[in-house]
Design a binder for this molecule. Structure first.
Ligand code: ADP
Length: 407
C-alpha cells in the first residue's frame, strides 16, 4: 500500500521537538552510526517501533542493509531481526512511503511477533534516492497517517546524514589519493637521484679512462677504477635496499631462523666494521654473556651493519659503544655514538620509509630506507628497535630481541 498523498496534518509539539532534536544531532554528527543511534533514541518516545533498518543504495543497483537496531519486542532475538527487505525495495522503487503487513505463520495466533507491520521510507535528496529506512512493528498497531508524516520528516534528516557521510568519504578518498601521489613523486625523485649519482661517477670515470687522446699513470688509473668499483657497490646496495623494502612491504621477504649467541655475533660485527672503516673505535661491553636468540644471522647482521654505518655517516669520527645485556625477558643490544644527535621532532620519524632528517638530506648520501628495513627485520624477529638521542651528545639505538630460555 502506498501512503496517501493528502496534505499531512501538522506535527504535535512533542513530535516537533523530537524532529528538531534529530535535525540538531544530524548537523553536529561526526560519526554516522553514533548519530543514527541518537536518532533512534530521540524517536522512541514519539513513535512506536520494534526494529529499524537502514538500507543504502549500492552502485545504483541493489539495496544493502548498513545499520539495524532491535529495540522493542523483537529485541530478545536480535540475531533474527526482521529486515523488511521487500518493503525497503518497494519504497525505493515507488520513491514514496510504503506500508506492508506480513503474517509469518498463520497457525500461530499467540505469538504477536508473527505479524509484522513494516513501513518503508525512501531517503531522498533532490532527485536521488540514497536508500530506504524501514521500521517494523511486531503485531501492530497499524501506522497512522500522522505517524507516517512524522517519520517522513525523520527520513529527510537521515538522508542528509548519509549525504554528509558520502561527502566525508569522498574527501577522505581524494586526500588519500593526493597523499599517495605525492609519496610516489617523492619516491621517484629520491630514487632517481640516488641511482643517478653513482651511475654518473661510473660513467664519468669509465669514459675518462677510455679516452684515446690521453694516457694515465698506473696510480691515477687505479684511483679511477677504485671509484668505479665503490660506486658500483653503492648501486648494488641501493638496489638491494629497494628490493628488501618492497619485499618487506609485500610480506614476501623470507627469513631462516636459527639459535644465535648474541655476544659472539656482536663481536664479529664489530671486527668486521673495524676492518671496513679505518680508525673506527668500537668499545664493547657484555653485561650478560651467553644469551641466545632465534634469528636469521644475515638479516640481523644487516641491521647492526646499517646502524654502525649510519654512525660513520652522521657522527663521523665519533667512537661507538656497544652494550649487550638483558632487560626482563629480552636481550638488549645498544649501539651508541657521540655525534650531533637527532632532535625529538625527527626522532620518531627516522624509521619511516624514505624519511631523512632534512639537514642531512643535502650533506650526506642516503635514501631513508635503512632504518625502515631495520625495524621491519627486528619486528620479524618478534623484537623492537628504538632510538634515543640528545642534541650535541649523540644517539643510541636499542634493539630488543626475545631470548631463548633453554639455550
Ligand atoms: P639513510 O642513511 O639512507 O638516509 P636511514 O633510514 O638509515 O637512511 O636513516 C634515516 C635518517 O636518520 C638519516 O637520513 C639521518 O638523518 C638519521 N640518522 C640515522 N642514524 C643517525 C645517527 N647515528 N646520528 C644522526 N642521525 C642519524
Amino acid at each position: 500500500m502506498t501512503a496517501g498523498n493528502k496534505i499531512p496534518p501538522p506535527l504535535r509539539a512533542l513530535e516537533l521537538e523530537a524532529v528538531y532534536a534529530i535535525s540538531r544531532s544530524v548537523v553536529g554528527a561526526s560519526d554516522t552510526e553514533g548519530a543514527l543511534d541518537e536518532i533512534v533514541q530521540l524517536l522512541r518516545p514519539v513513535f512506536i517501533f520494534d526494529n529499524v533498518v537502514l538500507y543504502n543504495e549500492n552502485n545504483g543497483a541493489t539495496l544493502e542493509p548498513t545499520y539495524a537496531r532491535a529495540i522493542g519486542r523483537g529485541r530478545f532475538r536480535e540475531a533474527d531481526l526482521a529486515w523488511g527487505e521487500v518493503t525497503a525495495q518497494e519504497a525505493y522503487n515507488a520513491r514514496s512511503a510504503i506500508v506492508r503487513v506480513e503474517e509469518l505463520d498463520s497457525e500461530n495466533t499467540i505469538d504477536r511477533t508473527n505479524i509484522r507491520h513494516s513501513l518503508g521510507l525512501p531517503l531522498k535528496l533532490g532527485e536521488q534516492v540514497m536508500g530506504t529506512l524501514v521500521f517494523i512493528r511486531f503485531g501492530g498497531p497499524v501506522y497512522t497517517e500522522d505517524q507516517i508524516h512524522l517519520v517522513e520528516q525523520v527520513a529527510i534528516h537521515v538522508a542528509q546524514l548519509l549525504q554528509h557521510r558520502q561527502l566525508v568519504q569522498e574527501i577522505a578518498n581524494l586526500e588519500a589519493k593526493r597523499r599517495l601521489d605525492s609519496l610516489q613523486d617523492d619516491f621517484i625523485a629520491t630514487i632517481t637521484h640516488e641511482l643517478l649519482t653513482p651511475l654518473g661517477f661510473v660513467k664519468g670515470y669509465a669514459t675518462t679512462l677510455l679516452r684515446e687522446d690521453t694516457t694515465w699513470d698506473k696510480a691515477t688509473e687505479r684511483e679511477f677504477l677504485t671509484i668505479i668499483d665503490e660506486e658500483a657497490d653503492r648501486l648494488r646496495e641501493l638496489i638491494d635496499n629497494l628490493m628488501d623494502s618492497s619485499r618487506l612491504q609485500a610480506g614476501t621477504l623470507t627469513m631462516t631462523f636459527q639459535p644465535l649467541r648474541v655476544d659472539t655475533m656482536m663481536k664479529d660485527i664489530s671486527l668486521r666494521a673495524k676492518s671496513l672503516h679505518e680508525n673506527m673505535h668500537i668499545q664493547m661491553e657484555v653485561k650478560t654473556p651467553g644469551l641466545h636468540v632465534r634469528a636469521d644471522p644475515t638479516r640481523l647482521a644487516q641491521v647492526f651493519d646499517n646502524i654502525i654505518n649510519n654512525a660513520t655517516k652522521y657522527a663521523p669520527g665519533s667512537r661507538i659503544k656497544i652494550v649487550v645485556g638483558r632487560e626482563k625477558d629480552r636481550a638488549r643490544i645498544s649501539i651508541r655514538d657521540y655525534g650531533p644527535g637527532i632532535s625529538s621532532e625527527h626522532l620518531d620519524k627516522i624509521f619511516q620509509r624514505f624519511y631523512r632528517v632534512p639537514e642531512h638530506s643535502t650533506t650526506v648520501r642516503g635514501t631513508g630506507l635503512g632504518l625502515y628495513i631495520c625495524r621491519k627485520i627486528i619486528q620479524a624477529h618478534g623484537g623492537e628497535i628504538e632510538a634515543e638521542s640528545t642534541l650535541g651528545e649523540g644517539t643510541t639505538f636499542h634493539i630488543y630481541l626475545p631470548y631463548e630460555k633453554e639455550a
